[in-house]
Design a protein around this ligand. Structure first.
Ligand code: R5P
Length: 291
């Protein structure tokens, strides 16, 4: 097996698995079109393509398709792909009549050029990964233990806050691994951008490090509303941890203005906040499944 890609995570996964690494060259033509080039050594080999997201989702997808198709075209025996943040997974149903089911389009296109898929904590509220990918094996890996380890090493008295129903499975599991309290909030989304959160129990936050966890930090509105509510309840330290840091627009400023002390994400999406390394999650997961 040869690992290919162009990110730090891809290189680290190759090192962890003790597989050779080949760097894909990526450049843009003056009009913005993409130029992908593999080095020699693809033909006849099993390829593990690791690609962390670094731009907007559509650019990322085109790049992913170009890489996977080119690996096949160059004669790879098989192409397995690691997509740490599975873009479009939130669009897995027709919310409004006439709307495209984007998640299913992405998976069908991928199935044409890859033999197996690995992803990390995909946002699939209605389905699981085998409903999304029907023709090729697909596996969900999880960053939850890596996040629990990070929290355990860094703070001595954490309380985990789950800002909505979707975050309960993540936050609950993290709290269980750490052996600390988890608090669950009720979130009402009044518009796509606006949310309200409610805490339905009395909690003493005094002297505790309060850590809001969620799978995605997108506009930051969910976490900002949660942080404001926690500050009103006298939480002294408030941190946000997101698995996938989309961090759209002024998200970080908004969170800091809401009283958040620090925002931390994994590097499924490369950001300045990416302090939790995901390469171990990928290499352990791939090793376990491919053994
Ligand atoms: C929603 O179900 C997700 O788990 C996140 O809570 C959501 O994507 C966060 O979005 P935002 O940062 O825009 O509030």
């Amino acid at each position: 097996m040869i690992v290919v890609g162009h990110s730090r995570v891809a290189r680290q996964v190759a090192a962890n698995l003790n597989f050779p690494f080949l760097e894909i060259e990526r450049a843009e033509f003056p009009d913005g079109e993409l130029d992908i080039r593999f080095p020699e050594g693809i033909a006849g080999n099993d390829i593990l393509l690791v690609q962390t997201i670094h731009g907007n989702p559509n650019d990322y997808l085109i790049e992913l398709f170009f890489m996977a198709y080119t690996a096949k075209d160059l004669g790879a025996k098989s192409v397995k792909v690691v997509i740490p943040y599975l873009v479009y997974s939130r669009q897995d149903t027709r919310f409004r009549s006439g709307e495209s089911i984007s998640s299913s389009i992405v998976s069908q296109l991928l199935e044409e050029c890859v033999d197996e898929v690995f992803t990390i904590d995909p946002h699939l509220h209605r389905n699981n990964i085998s409903h999304i990918f029907k023709k090729v094996p697909a596996h969900e890996l999880t960053a939850i233990p890596a996040i629990a380890d990070y929290i355990k090493k860094r703070w001595n008295s954490p309380i985990i806050v789950c800002p909505d129903k979707g975050a309960v499975a993540i936050g609950g599991k993290i709290a269980e691994l750490i052996g600390c309290k988890a608090v669950y909030l009720e979130k009402i989304r009044t518009t796509p951008e606006k949310v309200e959160v409610k805490l339905n129990e009395e909690v003493d936050f005094n002297g505790r490090q309060v850590i809001i966890v969620d799978d995605i930090i997108s506009t930051g509105n969910t976490m900002a509303e949660t942080a404001k509510m926690l500050k009103d309840k006298k939480a002294p330290f408030v941190y946000c941890i997101g698995i996938h840091g989309l961090l759209i627009g002024n998200c970080l400023d908004k969170l800091l203005a809401a009283g958040v002390d620090e925002v931390i994400t994994t590097d499924t999406i490369r950001r300045g906040t990416s302090k939790i390394d995901i390469s171990g999650v990928i290499s352990d997961g791939v090793r376990g499944i491919l053994k």
